[in-house]
Ligand binder design. Structure first.
Ligand SMILES: Nc1ncnc2c1ncn2[C@@H]1O[C@H](COP(=O)(O)OP(=O)(O)OP(=O)(O)O)[C@@H](O)[C@H]1O
Ligand SMILES: [Mg+2]
Length: 344
């Protein structure tokens, strides 16, 4: 089956809208969402809680229908022919269900039978996937004893039972520890280099950066920016100059110095002592900032230039930080700076 002549992308959505009713009024989960994922590429839908990521995945994978707009997978309309769509896709995500009382192997074999693989083929495929996902030791144990990371891997294995050309992963690594996250990224990268077309959702800017060819930043059910990670970064300027003052130093003066040499408003970091600003020429700007701060008698704990991150993109676009990531980072570095403070 090939894509229709008008759709070049394997996954395509145009002006999808979905409104939920809730006690506090209608919720516009999708408000005119456009997506296009070319064959053999990876697109990340990047957005905070409630942005509409899961709703988009549910529409594209035929679990719910949109109120309006169109979506096609390999040219097949998801609303008109959901069964044909289900034959070419795999999906794993936040709402995936496994039978807690069955073993990992039994769960996968059950998925295989749902795809009409036949009992023997379903068992063989289950054993193959258990091996690929490093669950051999746990494969014969009931899933209720699995850790979060093991569940994620089983969930992803389940999405691959029918060897789908098109894969949807809804927040594949949320809740995993850093090592499990890296391991899962490797598995996902292997799938992609083997030719799978992938749409994934994430709240982790780094995950989008690592896995995706193209990133669609979504907020309020629409795409508010899209491009490669480099393009998104380029949109919001070049380097940042960041300085961290010693405790008790004059933040107002530091801010004024940065404002003088930056292209935008200086921004305070979470620790209250770090200030940063976007600049045109990183090294030259850093030198000027350091000279002016020294002249003003402001002592520094740290100073440097850095490339913009996707966090900066989100902040720039929405005026808000990407909550999930920031909270985690603050939990990590916040404790560190409190310790440093205590030592002084
Ligand atoms: N079944 C439902 N009934 C009512 N409102 C819903 C329903 N499902 C989702 N919503 C609302 O629609 C909006 C989008 O939800 P969605 O689950 O798509 O977001 P998300 O980007 O996946 O968020 P998260 O990162 O928390 O998973 C939210 O405001 C959510 O509360
Ligand atoms: Mg979600």
């Amino acid at each position: 089956m090939s894509a229709s002549p008008t759709t070049s992308a394997l996954i395509q959505a145009q002006q999808l809208r979905k409104t939920y009713k809730s006690k506090s009024g209608p919720v516009h989960a999708l408000a005119g969402l456009d997506i296009a994922v070319p064959e053999r590429t990876v697109t990340a839908l990047l957005g905070p809680n409630g942005a509409g990521k899961t709703t988009a995945v549910k529409v594209l994978t035929t679990l719910i229908t949109a109120d309006s707009g169109t979506a096609t997978i390999d040219g097949i309309d998801v609303a008109a022919d959901p069964r044909a769509v289900r034959r070419v896709i795999g999906v794993s995500g936040q709402y995936a269900a496994v039978d807690e009382n069955l073993t990992g192997l039994e769960n996968l074999a059950m998925v295989g039978r749902l795809y009409h693989l036949g009992t023997r083929r379903a068992r063989a495929r289950a054993a193959e996937l258990i091996d690929v996902f490093d669950l051999s030791d746990a494969g014969s144990r009931p899933v209720k004893g699995y850790s979060g990371g093991m569940r994620r891997r089983l969930d992803l294995a389940g999405a691959l039972v029918n060897e789908p050309r098109v894969l949807f992963l809804d927040e594949p690594t949320t809740g995993l520890d850093p090592r499990s996250r890296l391991a899962l990224w490797d598995v996902i990268k292997d799938l992609v280099s083997a030719g799978t077309t992938l749409l994934l959702t994430t709240q982790y800017l780094e995950e989008a950066d690592q896995l995706a060819d193209s990133i669609a930043v979504i907020d309020g059910g629409t795409v508010i920016a899209s491009g490669t990670s480099d393009e998104l970064k380029a949109d919001i300027g070049g380097h940042r100059v960041a300085v961290t003052l010693v405790a008790g130093a004059d933040g107002g003066t530091a801010r004024a110095v940065l404002a003088r040499h930056g292209t935008g408003e200086p921004r305070a970091g979470g620790d209250g002592r770090t200030w940063e600003v976007a600049v045109v020429d990183g090294p030259a700007a850093l030198q000027r900032v350091l000279a002016d701060l020294a002249e003003a008698g402001i002592e520094l704990h740290d100073a440097g230039i850095r490339r913009p991150t996707l966090d900066d993109v989100f902040l720039q676009l929405t005026g808000r930080p990407a909550e999930a990531d920031e909270a985690e980072e603050e939990a990590g570095s916040g404790a560190g700076s409190a310790e440093k403070e205590a030592v002084r």
